[in-house]
Design a protein around this ligand. Structure first.
Ligand SMILES: [Cu+2]
Length: 759
């Protein structure tokens, strides 16, 4: 009995102990969660003052669903092919892309509660059956009911089929033809260059393809099948005519071997075997083009992180960041773009977009000799491949997927093709330390939002950034990397570049890049002003017989579109889009365009190809906004470069007034590239770029960054106070890594030695 009672008590005690232990553990877990900081690296901090705008959807790229809706609608049209491998004789639907609504309709919708403009798509069809290209507008989405031929409305004429880019199916047929015509030369190609003719050797294709409108003749320059084949050119090029929609009639026109021209592969083979050709023999070399690291990793470089959460937020195609807000898109053709850019709710930019990337090459070899690339005709945005965390963008960046329908038959997803991050630019935005009279320090870290894509267009990788600063400035920047285009070294190669590897010449070329900047400074009624300086000889008021040269401001307002600023003329240093409204001090409120550019000379205007790139004549051209002047180039300019669908110079030929009008600035930047040995294996982004800074000029009454909550200020005695100096508390933030404590001794007299003090 006793033992039974003891046993019962023991069981109760054990049960109570178990319950107590359970409760204790729960309490401990709860306490622990209260002490472990929930570091909000991926959360959004509520510091932004701007708000999201659902209406930004008018600028959104076509979604996956919308692309499929357009495809479904177009599939009801008899005879259209969606297969990228279609032969040139097919009627092939090449592109489905957003058709931007008219600016006036969008403004009415955004600003005056007007109706939402219809969602419409642009559709491009290559009609192989009737030697024509057609552009349609299809809408309204989601349930399309109409398609309208807009070709002549947009281009003022019909478009010939020869203006179409070489599409996937054409490339396949060319590769097959090349394999066939190279077969008899397999011994020669192997002995001379180490090329396996049966294995689809990589090649460069020249652009433009010919010398006059209607031509479709391409020089294919073979390369060794190695990583970085762009800098493994060999001395073999072949000119093929592929203009016919009947690919069976495509044929070889010329062959180049080691600097010698032949009429056909057969003629080359005969002469090679007869020994009447100057031969070259291949010696294998280590692949200097490989990007594989030559050292094992030993550590990680510095990283940035969001201590108190991200200070920007993303909702559909709209971003807000501190005082900024904007909509964005990625055009498969032109590349990334932002719309309705506002600072503290005030629209500053209607559209900022990439337009074109052009390069003109020099060479002794036929392929590169005539090469003039117009990347906007190939599609810039379609090449925005997945960005690499920690290299292409900071590890903690936010990544966005995009879709396009360009030569793909079905929508193609480009995963993580855009990245956004806020970044400490590594230098203060402003600062001042004052030792004399009044002792204080005030500063602001330059923390800015970066919106980035990188487009790998063939050999070149362009890194595009739009940067939003706390001082109210927006910067459009581009940097180049990737492989240089190169050619096989011949005896006369060196005026056209430098040797960069065995038998490899890096060819001279220009980089011209165009941005469209549609600034709306306090509305759409703006003027274009320039400011610069000149020295004037002034008699000194206190000794009138004495003169001194002193600078004064020279201000002009330009009246018409022909005021475009050519590259070869002296350009005023200050270029402004200004409002008639004035700031507190009586000056016109404006935004200044500050262009950073190091381009080479533009192609002479007497060259037939020049009109396809006539935007490059100007450092900055100002036009009156027109919905039909959407872009400075077109999908068709590259392949009918002699009779381009869009000739930008025509936009300003009518010389319209640019006074109190809605103005668009077309800004050209870039650099001259004379390749050198350090371009092997890759061109580095450092020093290879350009851009334009859009900065407020008398727009605000003071630098708006003075209102930034990031400002740091202290004076003697308050150095370590967190009140106006968040850095003083950073080391104690539970979400910070281990940091040195904040110290400052700038006001410490003893540390200043014997410096004279005036306070
Ligand atoms: Cu280059």
């Amino acid at each position: 009995m006793v033992s039974r009672t003891v046993w019962t008590i023991l069981k109760c005690v054990l049960a109570l102990a178990a319950v107590a232990s359970l409760i204790g553990n729960c309490v401990l877990i709860w306490l622990n969660t209260q002490h472990t900081p929930q570091c909000p690296a991926q959360q959004v901090n509520s510091s932004q003052t701007a708000v999201h705008n659902e209406r930004s959807n008018v600028f959104a790229d076509l979604s996956l669903e919308e692309l499929l809706q357009v495809r479904d609608y177009m599939s009801k049209i008899q005879g259209l092919s969606f297969d990228p491998a279609s032969p040139p004789s097919a009627d092939y639907l090449y592109l489905i892309d957003l058709s931007l609504p008219k600016k006036q309709d969008v403004l009415h919708h955004l600003d005056a509660n007007g109706p939402k403009p219809a969602r419409e798509a642009t559709v491009v069809v290559f009609y192989g059956s009737r030697n024509q290209i057609k552009e349609y507008v299809v809408g309204p989405l989601p349930n399309a009911t109409y398609h309208r031929d807009v070709t002549t409305e947009r281009y003022k004429r019909e478009l010939p089929l020869t203006a179409r880019p070489v599409y996937f199916g054409e490339h396949i047929l060319i590769a097959k033809l090349l394999q066939d015509v190279l077969k008899p030369l397999s011994t020669l190609l192997n002995d001379s260059f180490g090329i396996d003719a049966s294995g689809y050797p990589p090649f460069y294709d020249s652009m433009p393809r010919g010398v006059k409108s209607g031509d479709r003749q391409t020089w294919f320059s073979l390369c060794r099948n190695e990583e970085g084949f762009y800098i493994h050119p060999v001395g073999f090029e072949i000119l093929i005519d592929h203009h016919s929609t009947n690919f069976l009639s495509w044929h070889v026109i010329k062959v180049l071997y080691n600097g010698q021209y032949f009429e056909s592969p057969t003629e080359l083979k005969q002469q090679y075997e007869a020994g009447t050709v100057s031969k070259v023999f291949y010696k294998p070399v280590q692949n200097y083009a490989s990007l594989k690291p030559k050292q094992k990793p030993t550590g990680v470089g510095p990283q940035q992180f969001y201590v108190q959460g991200k200070r920007f937020s993303l909702k559909k195609n709209h971003i807000v960041y501190l005082d900024w807000s904007f909509a964005f898109g990625l055009s498969a053709l032109r590349g990334m773009r932002v719309f309705d850019v506002r600072f503290r709710g005030e629209r500053i930019i209607y559209e900022l977009s990439i337009q074109e990337a052009m390069s003109v090459y020099g060479s002794a070899t036929p392929n590169t000799m005539l090469t003039k690339f117009l990347d906007g005709s190939l599609g810039i945005g379609r090449f925005a491949y997945e960005l690499v965390r920690g290299v292409d963008c900071p590890y903690s960046a936010t990544f966005i997927d995009t879709f396009h329908f360009l030569d793909t038959g079905i929508p193609r997803q480009l995963r993580n093709s855009i990245c956004i991050f806020e970044h400490d630019m590594g230098h203060p935005l402003r600062r001042h330390f004052s030792e004399d009279f009044y002792r204080s320090y005030g500063g602001l870290a330059n923390s800015a939002l970066v919106f980035r894509t990188i487009t790998a267009i063939g050999n070149y990788d362009y890194m595009w950034d739009f940067i939003f600063y706390q001082s109210g400035s927006v910067e459009a920047k581009v940097h180049a990397s990737g492989y240089i285009a190169s050619s096989f070294t011949l005896s006369n190669s060196f005026p056209y570049g430098h040797q960069v590897a065995e038998k490899v010449t890096g060819n001279i070329h220009t980089h011209f890049l165009n941005f469209k900047v549609d600034l709306d400074v306090l509305g759409v009624r703006n003027v274009f002003q320039t400011k610069d300086m000149e020295f004037v000889n002034v008699s000194l008021p206190w000794m009138p017989e004495r003169y001194a040269m002193i600078p004064k401001v020279v201000e002009k307002q330009l009246q018409t579109e022909q005021a475009a600023l050519r590259h070869d003329t002296k350009t005023p240093r200050y270029l402004h889009i200004a409002s008639p409204q004035k700031n507190r001090w009586g000056h016109q409120r404006s935004y200044r365009l500050q262009v950073f550019s190091f381009t080479g000379d533009h192609l002479p205007e007497n060259q037939a190809e020049e009109r396809a790139m006539s935007w490059a004549r100007y450092k900055v051209a100002i036009t009156k906004q027109k919905d039909l002047e959407q872009s400075c180039g077109s999908l068709y300019n590259q392949h009918d470069i002699w009779n381009p669908a869009v000739d930008f110079s025509k936009y300003i030929e009518d010389n319209e007034s640019i006074v109190n009008e809605d103005l668009v600035a077309w800004v050209t930047t870039g650099f001259l590239h004379i390749p050198h040995s350090e371009d092997i294996p890759n061109t580095v982004t450092v020093g290879n770029g350009g851009g334009v800074l859009l900065r407020p000029h008398n727009y605000f009454d003071e630098d708006p960054s003075i209102h930034s909550a990031d400002g740091v200020y202290f004076d003697p005695g308050t150095e370590n106070s967190c009140d106006n100096n968040r850095m003083a508390c950073l080391a104690q933030d539970p979400c910070s890594p281990v940091l040195e404590p904040f110290t400052y001794h700038g006001f410490d007299v003893s540390s200043q030695g014997s410096r004279r003090r005036r306070t």
